[in-house]
Design a binder for this molecule. Structure first.
Ligand SMILES: [Zn+2]
Length: 132
């Protein structure tokens, strides 16, 4: 009697750091050349270059939490340093930090979303490994 219970081939290992770097650059974590997002934050259904599906992703609120974490930990100490070192007019301080905080948040949010989706892809989470 032959053994017909062959195990399915294990999915290939994916390089997490390489995928994270591609995701931070808003590129497909698989091929590195196709765009990951369409518009500002919408994730493409699949890569237009290599046809890697992205609809499995579950980024949810993760990129927003990471953005708040990073921007908050940068801007709060900077606010203290700017206030104690330069004693600017309150309106000047408010305006500079408003523009800086909003600008940095808008810069980081899509990149962190790309990195989070690339991390999920590299770790074969949520169906990226061929099973949901
Ligand atoms: Zn691709």
């Amino acid at each position: 009697m032959s053994d017909c219970h062959a195990t399915p081939a294990a999915p290939a290992e994916r390089d997490t750091m390489s995928a994270l770097w591609k995701g931070l650059r808003l590129k497909c974590p698989n091929c590195g050349s196709g765009p990951l997002l369409k518009g500002f934050l919408s994730v493409r259904h699949e890569c237009p270059v290599c046809r890697e599906p992205f609809h499995h992703h579950r980024a949810d609120d993760g990129p927003a939490y990471l953005t708040i974490l990073i921007v908050g930990h940068l801007m709060a100490p900077l606010l203290l340093v700017a206030y104690t070192a330069f004693r600017p007019e309150p309106l000047v301080l408010f305006t500079v930090f408003l523009v800086g905080t909003v600008g940095l948040s808008l810069f980081l949010l899509p990149r962190l979303k790309g990195a989070l989706i690339a991390f999920q892809w590299a770790r074969q989470m949520h169906g990226f490994g061929g099973h949901d």
